[in-house]
Design a protein around this ligand. Structure first.
Ligand SMILES: [Zn+2]
Length: 432
């Protein structure tokens, strides 16, 4: 049997490895054929890549909440498709994304799911997990996927349920992982004539929805994952449920950690920061930051929505955030979140959440894991500018902001890619 560690498809990297457990200077031997890390430690050989001090080599980032907008019908590819979304992901250092199912041609049964899967496999440059959509009368048509339930309405012509119908829709999904858009439709309905946007979707809509969802999921033995948590009170409800023994996970989006209704107009793109759930108070924002640090919030997920500025001007909700995933982590580090915590929330814990839905191990840099790696250069600032954005949305809420670092390289299953162009990078020996 040949020694795979000396095969021509292997390459050697040296640098500061940073994981959720801490950091160390070491080497990794990577196989670009199998796409895995073969060895780690004080390895023989001349490194193909030596990352200098000030650069960190991290387990690849995972964004479990993305709207790629691509589907077999193809009616929204002017907004984004799997290729452009994956280029934005590479720019942001994201190696695996979870694609939402609220498409015009949604994955509601085995056949529609298979067709969407085929599309993602053909076009995406990064790994993709597809959520199935909970639909009226729907059954869990696969065992190896996560599900999305719109408890309240958001973007797209899809059904949302509220507490009158959600138990019936959820009942076949016992034992599954279901991500929830948690806003109570009855509360939203009583606030439709209250501009601005954040008053039409008040905090209590989220809090009440989370209470209802957790109660029903407990009865049905469903693992609820609360998407884009935006309120301190919502987090309190989740923590109380955990104290009572319920397994609940949640995520926070970059916009809810950075912007609030008080500071939004200090930012260049403040006028376009409309999303569901909306921006909240500074108090909520700071509580979410504390929740991220403490671990009460399990992961960072962007809720990337590739709407153009013109569409946002017309009142559509959602902002594009994939390109800036890695840069935003650098911002959080400057704000005081330790890097190992950031790696946990952006890679290790999302890898665990997606473990049953994805082939190959992610979340650390140990031998046997996929060689899907994000390299961050902390030596210079990154001024975010519109012309750098790879998403077809063509803009970023962070324009004009200087992040204290940027993604230097994104490795997908052993193959190196340039974040600025998505092009392959070839090592000196031409083996990567
Ligand atoms: Zn979303």
């Amino acid at each position: 049997m040949p020694d795979s560690s000396t095969d021509s498809s292997t390459w050697l990297i040296e640098g500061e490895l940073l994981e959720s457990t801490g950091s160390c200077h070491s080497r990794l031997r990577i196989c670009s054929d199998s796409g895995t890390i073969l060895e780690r430690g004080d390895l023989d050989g001349t490194p193909d890549v030596v990352w200098p001090e000030g650069v960190i080599v991290c387990p690849g980032f995972i964004d479990i909440h993305v709207h790629c907008r691509d589907d077999p019908g193809g009616s929204q590819r002017h907004k984004e498709d799997y290729r452009s979304a994956s280029e934005a992901a590479i720019h942001g250092g994201v190696v695996l994304l979870g694609d939402m199912p609220n498409n015009p041609d949604p994955p509601i049964d085995a056949d529609s799911y298979r067709r969407k899967r085929q599309l993602a496999d053909e076009k995406s440059l990064v790994d993709v997990v597809l959520y199935g959509l909970l639909a009226s009368g729907g059954r869990p048509y696969r065992n190896d996927i996560p599900w999305k339930c719109y408890f309240g309405p958001s973007v797209g012509d899809i059904d949302s349920w509220g507490d009158s119908a959600v138990a019936e829709v959820l009942s076949p999904f016992s034992g599954r992982v279901v991500m929830f858009h948690a806003e109570d439709p009855a509360i939203l309905a009583t606030n439709t004539d209250r501009p601005p946007h954040e008053q039409r979707r008040p905090p209590e809509a989220e809090v009440v929805a989370i209470q209802t969802i957790l109660t029903i999921c407990k009865q049905l033995d469903i693992h609820p994952h609360i998407a884009h948590l935006s309120t301190a009170d919502g987090l309190s409800v989740i923590e109380e449920a955990r104290r009572c023994g319920q397994h609940v996970t949640t995520e926070v989006a970059p916009h809810h950690l950075c912007f609030d209704i008080e500071n939004r107009h200090q930012f260049e793109c403040g006028q376009w920061l409309q999303m569901n759930p909306p921006l909240r108070s500074a108090t909520d924002r700071l509580a979410l930051m504390q929740g991220l640090i403490s671990g009460a919030i399990d992961c960072i997920a962007t809720d990337h929505a590739p709407h153009s500025i013109a569409e946002n001007d017309e009142g559509i909700s959602g902002v594009p955030l994939l390109d800036t995933f890695g840069g935003f982590l650098c911002h959080l580090a400057r704000e005081g979140v330790p890097w190992p915590v950031l790696i946990d929330r952006a890679s290790t814990t999302p890898a665990r959440l997606f473990g049953a839905f994805h082939d190959g191990v992610l979340g650390d840099l140990q031998p046997g894991t996929l060689a899907s790696i994000t390299v961050i250069d902390l030596r210079e600032e990154w001024l975010v500018e519109r012309n750098q954005i790879r998403s077809r949305a063509g803009w970023s809420p962070f324009e004009g902001i200087r992040f204290p670092g940027r993604v230097a390289e994104t490795v997908i299953r052993g193959k190196r890619r340039d974040p600025a162009t998505s092009n392959r990078i070839v090592t000196a020996q031409g083996t990567s």
